[in-house]
Ligand binder design. Structure first.
Ligand SMILES: Nc1nc2c(ncn2[C@@H]2O[C@H](COP(=O)(O)OP(=O)(O)OP(=O)(O)O)[C@@H](O)[C@H]2O)c(=O)[nH]1
Length: 595
């Protein structure tokens, strides 16, 4: 065990974690030049295209150093706030962390939040100043920031460029010298921490774990503590670029187990694996059930594809344990599913995977958070869709989830950012100057204001020089109302939203205006109305006119006309007939585009 090192890489998004991981794998000959491709660990297509890490990954490296053989287990973690629970479990599986900071950007919100997670677990921190090759790098200034933040020696910071391969040997030496070997008792009862799982359509779920105490052998009967389920370890082994079966995975090491589990739900990140015969007395601390934060409806564009969509959702759920759903019906959209996601990025990923991997064309409704509605009888009702909102007469009060948002920015942008946060009903809790020009702001804010477009706006007004991290702090009472949208007098349930009363009027007006732009003209007039209960608060009209797409083609080539008509036909497919009004997909997302 003394020659094992378990470490993770933590960083703000895009500071170069995955690139650094690539270099480490190359330097330790874990991947050959032939196998090497950029961001080797991000193996989902989506991860590659977007350049982000969605799932945690683990890989074992062998490294000869000062005449000894070492085993280095690297755990690459996702950087996005939607996946912070996974980060916390990966961190719990390590003794040390490389804290990667971009020399041209400096410390950002996730640098700090992840650092605190690592410090909570008593990890040894190795600060790495990455991207020193960039012309815009400010190594001395960023070093100051790092020293201020973690109180380390200036010399302890390793200057590096993951891209150019600078500083990689120093990093490997620091991993061996500074990070402690794992502690743990090989003779104790088995305790292994699950920090990830992957889905293989032939072999079922592969569970990735770190053995804290004891040893797990092939063929052992094991039990997952949180779910109480028991399995046989059909195969155990270690993770290289591919999985390598072994007879056992020993105390301190990272490995995988395959035991015929078919459903991702049975494997909970943070759970403890132990032996059925000789179980551990206590589970590893820190296990939490992940809770979805954002809810939206997903509907097939073609109503006859409902069963296909159900099948696709079931398959997707097999390898995405965080996704939850249940059937739902909407007067406007027919049969579909109400889904819960970790955040907006997770929602986009699910939608994209449905379209890409399962060839489904789907409509997604306006996302919403989960509200607590307390009725006159004192009963608490969880409401995650406007359609579930009871009649106002029965409601005593409504609570909504609040977050603590931490924003780090250049001091020039403090004014506009404060303005934006106030507009989003934020309350300033703290303001700290990290350096003369960098400020950390902490706000309490309703989650519902953050899920839509807050992050985009923050980026725009700060010209990209602001970063955001947040966590849930609890529920607070708010003055909320349900806002309905009517098209020619018919309410469109999928367009309803739950909004703050003070903003309802403005919201309704803007939404009507946006819908007027988005609804194609038809042969009759369309009235668009926003209403709270029976009270109409805004109205717009779409004038009658059939859009003649070939009007501009006088004479000319017939194939061009045909093309235009084809295009119009395709566009129509994505529309839904609401009463007598056709509504395009964009309209369902109009709420997101307000302003
Ligand atoms: N110039 C320069 N660019 C770098 C360096 N390291 C990484 N990059 C670039 O920075 C971008 C982000 O790098 P990634 O490794 O994907 O960042 P990440 O932290 O893994 O990002 P997430 O997985 O989304 O959290 C990529 O375009 C890299 O090519 C470096 O040392 N120098």
């Amino acid at each position: 065990m003394k020659n094992i090192r378990n470490f993770c890489i933590i960083a703000h998004i895009d500071h170069g974690k995955s690139t650094l991981a690539d270099r480490l794998l190359q330097s330790t000959n874990t991947v050959s030049a032939r196998e090497m491709q950029a961001q080797v660990l991000d193996d989902m297509d989506l991860e590659r295209e977007r350049g982000i890490t969605i799932k945690s990954h683990a890989i074992q490296m062998n490294y000869k150093f000062e005449g000894q053989e070492y085993i280095l287990n690297l755990i690459d973690t996702p950087g996005h706030v939607d996946f912070s629970y996974e980060v916390s479990r990966s961190i719990a599986a390590c003794e040390g962390a490389l804290l990667v900071v971009d020399a041209s950007q400096g410390i950002e919100a996730q640098t700090i939040s992840n650092l605190f997670l690592a410090l909570d677990h008593n990890l040894e921190i190795i600060p790495v100043l990455n991207k020193i090759d960039l012309p815009g790098a400010m190594p001395e200034e960023v070093k100051d920031q790092i020293v201020d933040l973690i109180g380390c020696d200036r010399d302890a910071i390793i200057p590096a460029s993951a891209k150019e391969g600078i500083g990689i040997n120093e990093i490997l030496a620091a991993i061996i010298h500074r990070i402690e070997p794992p502690k743990g008792n090989p003779d104790a009862e088995l305790q292994a921490l699950i920090f990830d799982s992957t889905f293989n359509s032939y072999r079922g779920i592969e569970v990735i774990f770190r053995v804290k105490n004891g040893r797990i052998n092939k063929g052992d009967k094991v039990k997952f503590v949180a779910t109480g389920k028991e399995y046989f370890a059909d195969e155990v082994g270690i993770l290289r670029l591919t999985k390598e079966p072994r007879d056992y995975v020993d105390c301190g090491d990272v490995g995988y187990i395959i035991s015929g589990i078919k459903v991702a739900k049975e494997v909970k990140v943070g759970d403890t694996i132990t032996h059925s015969e000789k179980p551990t007395k206590e589970a590893i601390k820190g296990f939490e059930e992940v809770k979805p934060m954002v809810f939206a409806g997903i509907y097939p564009v073609d109503t006859t594809e409902f069963e296909d969509l159900r099948e696709a959702m079931e398959k997707l759920q097999l390898n995405d344990a965080a996704l939850i759903w249940e059937p739902e019906t909407s007067a406007a959209l027919g049969f579909g599913f109400r889904c819960g996601f970790l955040g907006m990025l997770h929602m986009e990923i699910v939608q994209e995977r449905l379209e890409r991997e399962f060839d489904m064309t789907v409509l997604t409704t306006v996302p919403s958070v989960r509200f607590n509605v307390i009725d006159k009888k004192g009963e608490v009702l969880e409401v995650s869709a406007p359609s579930e909102m009871p009649d106002p007469n029965y409601i005593d009060w409504i609570e909504e989830p609040f977050i603590a948002a931490q924003i780090i920015t250049a001091s020039d942008y403090v004014g506009p950012i404060m303005g934006l946060c106030m507009e989003k009903r934020g309350i300033l809790k703290n303001q700290v100057y990290l350096t003369a020009t960098r400020v950390e702001l902490t706000f309490d804010m309703p989650l519902s204001e953050v899920v839509f477009d807050f992050f985009d706006k923050l980026k725009t007004i700060s010209r990209g020089y602001a970063s955001l991290d947040y966590h849930l702090i609890g529920y607070q009472e708010s003055n909320l109302v349900k806002l309905d949208i009517l098209l020619n007098g018919d309410p469109v349930d999928a367009l309803s939203a739950i909004v703050h009363r003070d903003k309802a009027y403005e919201w309704g007006k803007k939404l009507c205006e946006k819908l007027r732009e988005l609804l194609p003209r038809q042969q009759f007039e369309i009235a668009i109305q926003a209403a709270i209960g029976a009270k109409i608060i805004a109205r717009e009209t779409v004038k009658a006119l059939r859009k003649d797409v070939i009007a501009k083609c006088y004479g000319g080539d017939i194939s061009r006309k045909r093309k235009l008509l084809e295009k119009q036909k395709k566009g129509k497919k994505r529309m839904r007939q609401i009463g007598n009004v056709e509504v395009p997909q964009e309209a369902f997302m109009a709420v997101l585009k307000i302003n």
